[in-house]
Design a protein around this ligand. Sequence first.
Ligand code: GLC
Length: 719
Amino acid sequence: MKDIHALLAQMTLEEKVGQLIQISPSSLGVFAEITGPAQEWGMTLEEISRVGSCLGATQAKHTIPLQRKHIEDDRNHIPLLFMYDVIHGFRTLYPIGPAMAGSFDPALLYECAEMAAREAATAGIHVTFSPMVDLARDPRWGRVMETCGEDPYLASVMGAVQVKAFQGEDISAHDHLASCVKHFAAYGGAEAGRDYNPVEVSERTLRQFYLPAYKACVDAGVRVLMPSFNDLNGVPSTANTFLMKQILEQEWGYCGVTVSDWGAIAELCKQGVAEDLKEAAYKAFTAGCQIEMMTPAYYRHLVELVREGSIPESAIDEAVLRILKLKDDLGLFEDPFHGADEAKGEAMFLCPEHRALARRAANETAVLLKNDGVLPFSKDVKKIALIGPFAEEQKIFGTWNARGKAEDTVSVREGIERKLPGAEILCAYGCGNHYTDTDTSGIAEAVELAKQADAVLLCIGEPQSYTGEGKSRTDITLPGPQAELVKAVTAANPNTAIVHFSGRPLVLTNIYDSSRAILHMWMAGTEGGNAVADLVFGDVNPSGKLSMTFPRAVGQCPLNYNYTNTGRPKTVPDEEFQNYVSSYLDCGNRPLFYFGEGLSYTTFTYESMTLDTHEMTEDGCVTVTVRVKNTGERAGKEAVQLYLRDMVASAVRPVQELVAFEKIELAPGESKEVTFRITEPQLRFWNAQNQFVSEAGEFRLMVGYADHFHFADSFRLIK
Ligand code: GLC
């Protein structure tokens, strides 16, 4: 270990500030002349040699020479931190965030994130800007594709498990790296679902719904945190002392590193809270943002701010020590390449074990939304038609794809060719030139093909380029003529099923009635096509559940399952209009598909739910036992979900909140009991005085999925 205090003591103020600067690899001048920010900002070679971290280098053949030169050039020989967005895989990609959350299988996500860390570490990456745990309630927002869904508890579990998987027991190990939780906070609450838009939520709502997942990652030991672009209740997160000091440091005890989002410090000027870069540097630094990503506010003004007495040098020292400690804990002073090894990476990337894991993840996250029995298809089909823009599409892995490539990715067609080598496979794009315009000229050919086939798989959805950063949409229906294609093809051949790819919940209302089966794959990763073949032909029984609500109409957004009742809830069937209650003239309140929903090829009967007591004291607990039976003909997995409702409290409470879950596997005819233990801390909520309390009274437990419960029973908390 390095004596970082002695190292700090020998550093000049300029060198300390250098540790707070993050630039791109092109700025470090190893490959060619210096380009990028360092050139634009006019940095000298000496100033470049002081820089503390770099983002964007993804190959050992770059990180190794960069590190070697940097250590040589820096007077203090301090190694660089290499940071990158390893979100759902590095070269072998597993499904995107909401899909993985919908597996309801934290152990699976742990294995996948460990694989990502193993692969990324061979490239010399030390920190991943992941997990992203922003609460996602509005599918108009393109970044829902990175999240862990709309539920605070599910996102907390899935965020924390990624931190532990990326970091392992020791971040200096060559197959682990440091994790950065983002984007703190409430970035997913952007007004109107428009990326970067302001977020206005009460402190109570912030604490109740938006903050828990970040806190779970802090409690899991995350080493880095990234504040969000948005302003929160009028103050940009990057300069928000309530968030970064009061909550993050004072309440949660976080003492790790914080890194701004790309350009977010300079953007304080555009947001109108800083007159100029100097004020932006002052506000961001004093709020607790230690590293500036890709803009020159710190580079240009921090030394000046210290010299003029606006910022004490001790504050700079404290920030630098956090960064030096991270570098030391990574072992970089003794082992600056941290296991970077191009050959090791090339041997590991896409290896059979990694592909097998990616395939298993795609299988476990697929959600069967509808099925009248048309799926699974028989393997005896002689002629199968694959129709639609995703029949041969290899871009089914999401936009945070790191070093993942389309050519590595198994398309639906390739997956089915492998599954049924003897079958004749007919393909039709079905959507004219491109499925995002209204050209219906391809439908006629698709219909003719459908008529010839024994079975038809419609492969539809939204381009992966339609979700991700800066990709909000006002219309979240299927792009282009796909709905017409579905109607025409399903009319031409009844033995038709749909496989659907998207990075966000789409409004599928206009194809629902004409579809016999809908298998939702999200963006399924490198092995997506093989998983579709496994699932469609029944080698794998779907077991994924929705981690985000699918609205019936975009006008319902934001729409989340953990809603409160209002004083005038509807009391008639949802499709009926009811006057003077909380409803719409032209649409029901209910979604098309619900949080926690997902079908199987078998049937599960919930036989009983029993509570061991109906009264609980503060130091007591209620043990809930749920008995589930597989009453179908196939083995299958079921995510048993337990929901809670606080019937009466000092503030309105949701009609249902996920409080526990367990995924079980059952053979045909097999029954299993799942036991959950509910204790008083799980009954706490943020009250109107922003206190985290539980209140005596009745609580109801329900088992099933949102708005669809098999059993409910109540107990009282006695205080
Ligand atoms: C982007 C994203 C952030 C990412 C960072 C570095 O703007 O907002 O999630 O980690 O820049 O790529």
